[in-house]
Write a protein that binds this ligand. Structure first.
Ligand code: C2O
Ligand code: CU
Length: 579
């Protein structure tokens, strides 16, 4: 658990400075001792700061937390509450989201800008209270403003309660494996250029594993991430996909992976030669170092990308699995794993569809109270005086139920809590506004233009909600990783083509569906999820491909308070950032 020591370093650094003043040594020694035993686990300091990094033969400033990329790993035990004080010492507005932490009754600290808070402005500070409940395993945190999450992200490790153990043999070591995406250009410039162009964003220049592109990129091989393993031992890889715009395939040469957790919940153990992980998702995988031919083996990741004719970064990032005790054998180049082809949807869903929850189910799945069916589409919008470089004088957009979401100027949570009118509407439709052959070809261009609005859906406390996401073939069909804040949900089913309200539910998995917070809606297909709305608050629902989020593929669920005091949103913290 190397990373936890890094974290301790960060927490201690202000005290180190204080310790140098002789007259306060004793006071601070006892304080440091106290922090070491108890409080250092609960209170963390995040300094948002630019730092200089060199990758792909080029140096640039990136936004970081505590100058680390990826950022520090946070550790907690199941059911803990921790605090992270975010100091914005950067040049841009920022917020931080604790992805997959359900934050019961506490939307105030959830993080998405203009949804649950105003951004933290340069020079300002916000103390996030992070309430863990049933989550266990790997989650992550990331900035939730503009595209700052490209470099502002890190893992969250939720360990079993004190004294409790894993439902699998204790691994010899636990290692975060964080996938990222790197541009040689400044990411804020990539975003500005993307928005101004009306088309797609420029492709990234590399994917990264724990911040390193790996051996197949220029100027990278000396820094490739290496995992040293001992023959016969088992390792827990805590994988996070923090890439901006691509779902990834990942595999290790000659080694299979046994998935034991996903998105902060255990899964039934599933052994596979490769895994699929979407932006927003996490996977806990056991890796057995079982190769008698000791030596080194590549771990590799590359895109799973399905949109026909849409360019993407098709490079491959690698890290090295290095057996200890192999220093005597001559250096050979590591073996490369074989990964499915870029658009191999069958391979992708072979993996995704095999994940199962170990049970018991947290709520009965025999019925739902409300069904919401929503299209998820890429669209086009007209441009003022045909100014754009987008297709046919339009610019690209995206929508849910034909509404391309517009961010308000103050956050929706504040407007809801203090009943401020005119910030959002409550007319997000329960079904698509018009039915057409969603996944057909040659769809009439009249279907392309969405409405632009800030509409939410209000949900009754404690009701069981089924959401069916229906992908469409407008502009280009592709897979969408849809993420809901405030909840994990059961993924009951998915399929290709148009959702059939009568037939498809007959094939739902109501026995052991996986419990996740990000579901991949297959290209020109659908996915159905269910959650129990027992967490009152304002919860963002969006595609976790960053370009689609920028284009408007999102909405908000407002879950009403229940009757009892302990069923209501907590009172707001004393200091919330102002817009
Ligand atoms: Cu990773 Cu809105 O979240
Ligand atoms: Cu999407």
């Amino acid at each position: 658990m190397r990373q936890s020591f890094d974290e301790r370093e960060v927490i201690f650094s202000p005290f180190k400075m204080a310790l140098s003043k002789k007259n306060v040594i004793l006071v601070f020694l006892s304080l440091a001792n106290f922090i070491h035993t108890e409080a250092w686990r609960r209170h963390h300091e995040f300094f948002v700061k630019e730092a200089t990094y060199t990758r792909l033969c080029a140096t640039k400033n990136i936004l970081t937390i505590n100058e680390q990329f990826p950022g520090p790993t946070l550790y907690a035990h199941e059911g803990d509450t921790i605090y992270v004080k975010v100091h914005n010492n950067g040049r841009y507005n920022i917020t931080v989201h604790w992805h997959g932490v359900n934050q019961p009754r506490n939307p105030w600290s959830d993080g998405p800008e203009y949804i649950t808070q105003c951004p933290i402005q340069p020079g300002d500070t916000f103390n996030y209270k992070i309430i863990f409940s049933t989550e266990i395993g790997t989650l992550w945190w990331h900035a939730h403003s503009d595209w700052t999450r490209a470099t502002v992200h890190g893992a969250i490790v939720v360990l079993p309660k004190h004294g409790a153990s894993y439902p699998f043999p204790k691994p010899h070591e636990e290692v975060p494996i964080i996938f990222g995406e790197w541009w040689k250009e400044d990411v804020m410039e990539v975003l500005q250029e993307f928005v101004a162009s009306g088309g797609g964003p420029r492709d990234s220049d590399a994917y990264t594993i724990n911040g390193q592109p790996g051996d197949f990129y220029p100027c990278s091989s000396q820094d490739t991430f290496k995992l040293n393993v001992e023959y016969g031992k088992t390792y827990l890889l805590r994988m996070v996909n923090a890439a901006m715009n691509e779902i990834l395939f990942f595999a290790i040469a000659n080694h299979s992976l046994t998935v034991v957790g996903a998105d902060g919940s255990y899964t039934k153990p599933l052994t596979k030669e490769y895994v699929v992980i979407a932006p927003g998702q996490t996977l806990d995988c056991l890796l057995e170092a079982n190769q008698r031919e000791m030596g080194s083996y590549y771990m590799a990741a590359r895109a799973y990308s399905t949109a026909v004719g849409i360019p993407f970064d098709n490079s491959t990032t690698t890290a090295v699995l290095q057996y200890d005790g192999d220093s005597l054998s001559p250096p050979t180049s590591p073996l490369l794993p074989s990964l499915p082809f870029y658009n191999d949807t069958t391979a992708a869903f072979e993996f995704i569809g095999s994940l199962k929850s170990p049970g018991p189910l947290l709520f009965p799945l025999n019925k739902y109270d409300t069904q919401i069916i929503s299209t998820v589409s890429v669209n086009t919008l007209p441009c003022p005086n045909n100014s754009s470089a987008g297709p046919n004088g339009t610019r690209l957009a995206a929508s849910m139920n034909n509404i391309s979401f517009v961010f308000p100027f103050i956050d929706i949570l504040e407007a809801y809590y203090y009943q401020i009118n005119g910030v959002f509407g409550t007319l997000f439709p329960r079904v698509p506004p018009f039915y057409f052959n969603f996944t057909g070809t040659d769809l009439p261009s009249i279907l392309l233009t969405p409405e632009r609005a800030t509409e939410v859906r209000v949900i009754q406390y404690d009701s069981i909600i089924e959401v069916v996401f229906q992908g469409t073939n407008l502009v280009a069909g592709l897979d969408h990783p849809m993420h809901l804040h405030g909840y994990s949900f059961y993924v009951l089913g998915w399929g290709f083509g148009n959702f059939d309200k009568k037939k498809d539910p007959l094939n739902y998995n109501l026995v052991d569906p996986p419990f996740r917070n990000t579901v991949i809606v297959p290209i020109n297909g659908w996915a159905a999820i269910r959650f129990k709305a027992n967490n009152p608050g304002v919860w963002f629902l969006h595609c976790h491909l960053e370009r689609h989020l920028t284009w408007g593929m999102e909405t908000v669920f407002i879950v009403k308070d229940g009757k009892e005091v302990q069923e209501r949103i907590l009172p707001p913290p004393r200091h919330m950032p102002r817009c």
